[in-house]
Design a protein around this ligand. Structure first.
Ligand SMILES: Cc1cc2nc3c(=O)[nH]c(=O)nc-3n(C[C@H](O)[C@H](O)[C@H](O)COP(=O)(O)OP(=O)(O)OC[C@H]3O[C@@H](n4cnc5c(N)ncnc54)[C@H](O)[C@@H]3O)c2cc1C
Length: 308
């Protein structure tokens, strides 16, 4: 059984009554692509009010969009209706108790990696180079595909989630159907509030630092880290070839529509050269999918989430 939401929402007549909810907030600065129009309503959630807000939105058919650090989303340049709930600056608690790391949804994966390293806990090194929040990271089971699959779900014990009715409950990692960049969290519209990770694996300070350094060094040479992107655009197909290799072999590096361009550094990344709109990015995505399908008979599936 979960906790019951309070009765407060029965007395609320509009979202404006929640003092900390803002209106018409441009979302581009909340994304790594720097693309996106305004959210009708925008909120950096507090734990105390979250269930009331979600329940109010559910009862009043107000669309809700979860946003972490915006490093895996393409937000419509026309903006989004409803409420964007963003944890970039909220839900930032992290602590260690009896070899278990407790982290709230807004904690970034590099912060989690550094926190684990500071206690000489091994197994979190790969998260140093994934710039998202742990809430989103668990929802999509973020991780590294190269050199043996490593994912945030590997050390996950359980998550505390809230549903759209404001009810809070725990789910064990094994019940989340964690797969390659998937879990069953998005399909069930659940908001990840916090997570517990197994922190019992030990390494030396030197070993952990060296592994994190190796991950960061490899990235610098192979990925366009100094321009606005959202990391990998497409999931790697299951036939062994990477999406980047297929796009490169199809001759699409440098392909550009408006301000959106297939990166010359890594073909699975789309760069915002400065003026890209969400439509520019979608046009590039659709062209890449068409050409790769024509050339190789492979249907690429997007890894990024589109919010419109
Ligand atoms: C330079 C760069 C490198 C990257 N490298 C990697 C990599 O190596 N591996 C990898 O997997 N990804 C990588 N990414 C993509 C991205 O960082 C991850 O997908 C990350 O998990 C997204 O986290 P976020 O907080 O930015 O999520 P957002 O982009 O804000 O949201 C992503 C999705 O999660 C949902 N969501 C957000 N918060 C919650 C919550 N609390 N509960 C439930 N759902 C939520 C959103 O609704 C959305 O559908 C990279 C991105 C960049 C820009």
């Amino acid at each position: 059984m979960g906790e019951s939401p309070s009765k407060k929402t029965d007395m609320i007549s509009s979202l404006e009554e929640f003092n900390t909810i803002e209106q018409e907030v441009p979302l581009a600065p909340y994304t790594t692509w720097n693309i996106g129009g305004s959210a009708e309503y925008f909120w950096e959630p507090t734990k105390d009010e979250l269930s009331d807000v979600l329940r109010y939105c559910e009862q009043n058919h107000i669309p809700v969009h979860f946003l972490g650090r915006g490093s895996n989303v393409l937000i419509s340049s026309d903006g989004v209706d409803g409420l964007a709930i963003c944890t970039r600056s909220s839900l930032q608690g992290i602590e260690l108790q009896d070899d278990v790391i407790h982290a709230e949804a807004g904690v970034s994966m590099p912060v989690l990696a550094n926190f684990a390293a500071s206690y000489e806990i091994a197994g979190f090194e790969h998260l140093i180079c994934i710039p998202g929040s742990i809430g989103a990271g668990i929802a999509i089971n973020a991780g590294l595909a190269a050199h043996g699959r490593k994912e945030i779900g590997d050390s996950l014990i359980d998550v505390t989630v809230m549903n759209r009715s404001g009810t809070v409950f725990k789910e064990r990692a094994e019940d989340l159907e964690l797969g390659f960049r998937t879990s069953n969290i998005p399909d069930r519209d659940l908001f990840v509030l916090s997570a517990r990770f197994d922190g019992s694996a030990r390494g030396t300070e030197g070993e952990i630092a060296s592994e994190m350094h190796t991950h960061l060094r490899k990235r610098k040479s192979k990925q366009p880290l100094s321009v606005p992107t959202a990391g990998s655009t497409f999931k790697n197909p299951s036939n062994g070839k990477s999406a980047g290799w297929l796009i490169d072999q199809a001759g699409l590096k440098g392909y550009q529509v408006g301000g959106a361009k297939v990166s010359e550094v890594h073909a699975n990344w789309i760069e915002n050269t400065g003026t890209a709109t969400s439509d520019d990015v979608l046009d590039v995505i659709n062209h890449v999918k068409r050409v790769v399908d024509d050339e190789f008979g492979i249907e690429l599936e997007i890894e990024i989430r589109v919010l419109e």
